[in-house]
Design a protein around this ligand. Structure first.
Ligand SMILES: NC(=O)c1ccc[n+]([C@@H]2O[C@H](COP(=O)([O-])OP(=O)(O)OC[C@H]3O[C@@H](n4cnc5c(N)ncnc54)[C@H](O)[C@@H]3O)[C@@H](O)[C@H]2O)c1
Length: 345
């Protein structure tokens, strides 16, 4: 028996990848699943390994004292109520992005975890990817010097060929281009720039293709960020593009630049006329089976062992990213007017 029994909420696409990743960690194992559908315990246990009990009543699952961690992979509009209920039941929480689709709800989730003294892990797993761990290490080693400009952009056409399309097109669950998926790029940008955000301005639009017509919100946005240390940055969230998945990164600093997996560093005396190449696993797919959930969940369980907030993707850290996201969406609504984080209240 491992140390942390995990109950999954919502049994869809993300859940399947989470279960596999949790079961591969040293301390975690999935022992329960809550779904609105009736599931067969023997079938899901055989499929995922171990013994899994299914629930159709969420309160019953949360009342089970043998469950230590709850992992929320449901529709975004359900995240707030389920996360607050899990915190009140004294369960630690893994929470898929977006934490919720309003700033007030995100803050309520963070407050409920704090007052119940439970820990959180937000699935901003790009921070745990090999690509961004290496990128961050290059910055921390000073190979790019002090960053004054950064852009991280998310290009992934989420059309009818993609499972989430059936609920993602609605404002209630999709929210905005940033909330539904571009949040990964903006969050990665905040990690690498390493400064608090002063203000943002954002513009949004929609593809003219009929493919993306069902969307109730703008599926293309670009956000310009002013950081408190004087640096500037940009994050595009394009979920209506017709091209291969592309997570674009370009960073410029006082000692060099990084473009995806290429770099130049004055510190290393590389040749400025051609890029040097980094070998690392790139974020090049929207498929959840390719996501670095295992490293992230391992770090969460390690932090639980030590009674600490997890590094990089705790509720407190991710709340800061969501403040910037909601400020950006507010700016886009205002036609690009700058919005400061302070004025969010
Ligand atoms: N971090 C990431 O990169 C990433 C990737 C994929 C999804 N997600 C997030 O995970 C959450 C779930 O997304 P998903 O892709 O797993 O969506 P999904 O459509 O597969 O599942 C979403 C919800 O629908 C339920 N569901 C699915 N099929 C059902 C059915 N036939 N009958 C009744 N209920 C059904 C699931 O139990 C779940 O509660 C969302 O918050 C999404 O944003 C995050």
């Amino acid at each position: 028996m491992k140390k942390y029994n995990v109950g999954i909420i919502g049994y869809g696409w993300a859940a399947a990848a989470h279960i596999e990743a949790i079961n591969k960690t040293t301390q975690g194992q999935v022992t329960a699943v809550y779904s609105s559908r009736k599931l067969n315990d023997a079938e899901i246990s055989a499929k995922h390994g171990g013994t899994i009990k299914s629930y159709q009543n969420i309160d019953e699952m949360l009342a089970n004292p043998d469950i230590h961690v709850v992992d929320i992979t449901s529709y975004p509009s359900q995240h707030r109520d389920q996360a607050v209920a899990a915190a009140n039941a004294k369960k630690h929480i893994i929470l898929e992005k977006p934490m919720a689709n309003s700033l007030q709800e995100v803050r309520e989730i963070a407050a409920a975890a704090k007052s119940n003294d439970v820990k959180g892990c937000v699935c901003f797993e790009c921070r745990w990817s090999n690509q961004f761990q290496v990128t961050k290490a290059m910055i921390d080693e000073g190979l790019l010097g002090s960053l004054h400009y950064g852009e991280v952009d998310y290009y992934h056409g989420i059309g009818p060929w993609y499972g989430q399309f059936r609920w993602n097109t609605g404002k209630k669950d999709g929210g905005s281009a940033l909330l539904t998926a571009g949040c990964h790029a903006l969050d990665a940008l905040l990690m690498v720039m390493g400064s608090e955000v002063e203000s943002v301005c954002s513009f949004s639009t929609k593809s003219r293709s009929d493919i993306f017509k069902p969307y109730e919100y703008d599926t293309c946005s670009t956000t310009i960020i002013r950081f408190k240390n004087g640096a500037v940055g940009k994050a595009a969230a394009i979920v209506d593009c017709l091209q291969p998945y592309y997570f674009h990164t370009h960073l410029c600093g006082s000692q060099g630049s990084l473009l995806d997996d290429k770099f130049h560093s004055m510190k290393l005396h590389t040749d400025k006329h051609s890029w040097s190449k980094l070998s690392m696993k790139m974020l090049d797919s929207g498929d959840v089976s390719d996501h670095p959930y295992q490293s992230q969940f391992q770090a969460f369980f390690d932090a639980l062992d030590q009674g600490k907030d997890m590094p990089l993707t705790s509720f407190t850290e991710s709340l800061k990213s969501f403040e910037v996201i909601f400020a950006a969406d507010k700016s886009a609504e205002l036609g690009g007017k700058p919005v400061t984080i302070a004025e969010l209240g």
